[in-house]
Design a protein around this ligand. Structure first.
Ligand SMILES: Nc1ncnc2c1ncn2[C@@H]1O[C@H](COP(=O)(O)OP(=O)(O)OP(=O)(O)O)[C@@H](O)[C@H]1O
Length: 260
């Protein structure tokens, strides 16, 4: 059962971003509601990654504002954005290949632990108890993502689809309120894509996590998204439910003019 949407959790308002003479994003606005799965799509070079990197604090847009629960995060770096509750996965996996699945996911948890260090220091009771609690949470994620058989396996030895699942686990370990997924199905076979779709929807259902994803596979996007933003040449050309976006002539034209 899908949770009902809540209030607007993330607001992107009139964002413009240029790299020298290249205008990657022009005056983009959209919102994301709590608990929804929101996709950002568009042909190659449309500005999807640039948009995700602005939300994530990697890029600082020259114009506009991004707000998380009403709080503007201009001039915040990606770590501060993450600590505020916006987690992400990466298109080119940024996992530690020689480390086990368990330890990789634990690195995601460390961000959460460090941000709570002061609270921990003030708490009465042994730090060991806290460590056990953190490990239990990580084990819960491992169960949830059905990767128990590989918990001690170095990530570099796993098939690509499983590595993507570990990457998702690491992002979940910091208990994000909003999860940004950068092409979660890229390079996957059909079966791996089906698994990943199921996990994304399960994360959304079970943890109540709001999901923002960019993805090339249109079938996947239309299947799992509640609302879709369409970018083309750095401009927004569509925004609505999958049905609305499919019927949008500008969107159809943008896609017909490309190899997608
Ligand atoms: N770091 C950068 N420096 C210079 N130009 C950049 C940079 N990042 C992106 N661009 C340019 O900005 C535009 C948007 O690129 P972006 O990667 O955001 O698009 P995209 O929709 O994610 O494309 P793709 O689907 O191919 O990943 C492109 O013209 C790209 O060349």
């Amino acid at each position: 059962m899908r949770r009902p949407f809540g209030e607007v959790v993330l607001e992107v308002e009139n964002i413009s971003l240029s790299f020298g003479g290249v205008k990657a994003l022009s005056d983009i606005s959209f919102d994301v509601r709590e608990h929804e799965v929101r996709a950002i799509i568009g042909p190659n070079g449309a500005g999807k990654s640039s948009m995700l990197n602005c939300i994530n604090g990697v890029y600082q847009p020259q114009q506009g504002a991004i707000r998380f629960r009403g709080r503007e995060f201009r001039h915040m770096n990606s770590r501060q954005v993450a600590e505020m509750g916006v987690g992400r996965t990466f298109q080119n996996l940024a996992l530690f290949k020689g480390m086990s699945v368990l330890d990789n996911i634990m690195t995601g948890r460390n961000l959460k632990i460090r941000s709570n260090l002061l609270l921990q220091a003030l708490r009465i009771g042994p730090a060991e108890r806290e460590e056990i609690r953190q490990r239990e949470f990580v084990e819960h994620i491992i169960d949830f993502l059905e990767i128990q058989p590989w918990r001690k396996t170095p990530v570099g030895q796993l098939p690509y689809g499983l590595q993507k699942r570990v990457d998702l686990g690491r992002a979940l370990a910091m208990e994000p309120q909003v999860l940004l997924l950068d092409e979660p199905m890229a390079g996957m076979n059909v079966e791996e894509k089906q698994d990943m779709c199921r996990f994304i929807l399960d994360v959304n259902d079970e943890f109540g996590t709001t999901v923002v994803l960019i993805e090339h596979d249109m079938g996947v996007v239309m299947d799992i998204s509640d609302r879709v933003v369409v970018l083309d040449y750095g401009r927004k050309i569509g925004d609505g439910t999958p049905q609305e976006v499919r019927a949008n002539e500008d969107v159809v034209r943008a896609y017909l003019g490309t190899s997608h």
